[in-house]
Design a protein around this ligand. Structure first.
Ligand SMILES: *Cc1c(COP(=O)(O)O)cnc(C)c1O
Length: 387
């Protein structure tokens, strides 16, 4: 007799055959190392870009200064009920001040952020123009919204301009949605140009996800918008605390009106438990020191340049202009073998396969960290050259 889960089994078997079956990796952690079967591998797959999450002295310093008030491991309720603690508001004030904007709002995660804002602000009279390669959380946010959406070819701003020209009369508002550093190719959007483009029309807004850039780029670590001098021109300037900032949660900086609107309309803010005060206090602690970590940012930039150069020297193309560096292999099974090879050599690199990336572009995805030494980066380059 057929069981209700027959099609699940068939799907899993098909994934297995095509080399696309996923599982939860089992490995131990010790600061920048991953440990499996007693072997140490440098972790080149985490998002701890500045090495802050593995910095134990930083954690000790935080713990020493932590107040009784913030030593709470649960908010026990939504922000809109009894889960709103002073530390949440303080973090938002700090963000608004750092970014030089009127408003900021924090969320449980980048996934909550991206699946919540667009459905709240985009109605049936809105057109969303999104880069073809935006993150899954943004795609889900678009799907949950009532807006019409057109995806433009990755980083094709001529096409974007044509779409704006063609449609700006037909909608009450258009929202351009992009990442600043793209998660899979590590390439970078020209935010200053996008800001100029949106200003050509009175009804166009700009939504930018800086998940991979905040902490890492800009003099003060505020991201690509800071680097390109357009912090004030982005209507929804978003980022996560879970990557370089070594914490959990996410933020948008925006106008006070948008902030208030989100508090009233955003379902992934309203119907979920607020971030624990403890984690929020840690985020505040990290943010208050962000501008002092230029040396880490510079080191990461040097490592990145070096590794990208080594990949190009070995005859492979490399779209990246950041610390996220893909080595495109093509076929999934091949990619798995190459990842295993890198792991045997002491580098914890993971294969990224469809549906995360387009069919036929399976890749090793290297994400570098400032915690690496120059010598470790040299060894990595050597291993990549003989891949
Ligand atoms: C990681 C990521 C997110 C999700 O952030 P979390 O805080 O981990 O939920 C959102 N957008 C992009 C571009 C990301 O890379």
């Amino acid at each position: 007799m057929e069981t209700p889960d027959k099609t699940y089994t068939e799907t899993l078997e098909a994934l297995q055959r095509s080399g696309n079956l996923r599982n939860l990796p089992q490995a131990g952690h010790r600061d920048k190392w991953m440990i499996r079967n007693g072997t140490d591998m440098l972790n080149l797959s985490s998002n701890d870009y500045l090495g802050l999450a593995s910095d134990l002295s930083l954690r000790d310093e935080f713990m020493k200064g932590l107040s009784e008030r913030d030593f709470l491991l649960s908010a026990s309720s939504s922000r809109l009920l009894t889960g709103n603690f002073p530390v949440h508001g303080e973090l938002e004030k700090m963000l608004a001040c750092l970014f030089g904007r009127d408003g900021a709002l924090v969320f449980s995660s980048g996934y909550h952020l991206n699946t919540g804002i667009l459905p709240a602000v985009a109605d049936a009279h809105t057109l969303i123009l999104a880069d073809k390669l935006v993150h899954a959380s943004l795609i889900d946010g678009i799907r949950l919204s009532a807006a019409k959406c057109i995806r433009y070819r990755h980083q094709d701003y001529t096409q974007l301009q044509t779409l704006l020209e063609k449609h700006h009369h037909d909608f009450s508002r258009i929202i351009i949605v992009t990442e600043s550093i793209f998660s899979m190719d590590g390439d970078m959007a020209p935010l200053a140009l996008l800001a100029e483009l949106k200003k050509t029309y009175p009804n166009v807004m700009l939504y930018v996800d800086e998940a991979h850039a905040v902490g890492v780029r800009g003099q003060k670590g505020l991201g690509i918008a800071e680097e390109q001098g357009c912090l004030k021109d982005i209507d929804f300037l978003c980022g996560t605390f879970g990557k370089a900032l070594a914490s959990v949660g996410a933020y948008v900086v925006c106008s006070q009106t948008i902030r208030e609107y989100l508090v009233n309309r955003m379902r992934t803010l309203i119907f979920t438990t607020a971030l624990p005060p403890f984690n929020t206090a840690w985020t505040k602690f990290v943010l208050s020191r962000l501008s002092t970590w230029s040396e880490r940012r510079d080191r990461l930039a040097r490592h990145s340049l070096h590794v990208r150069q080594a990949i190009q020297d070995s005859g492979k193309s490399c779209p990246s202009s950041s610390h996220i560096i893909p080595v495109v292999i093509g076929e999934s099974r091949d990619t798995i073998l190459k990842a295993e090879d890198m792991q045997r050599k002491g580098f914890y690199v993971l294969p990224v396969r469809p549906p995360t990336v387009p069919e036929g572009t399976s890749r090793l995805r290297i994400s570098l960290t400032a915690a690496l030494t120059a010598e470790e980066t040299d060894r990595l380059c050597t291993a990549l050259a003989t891949l």
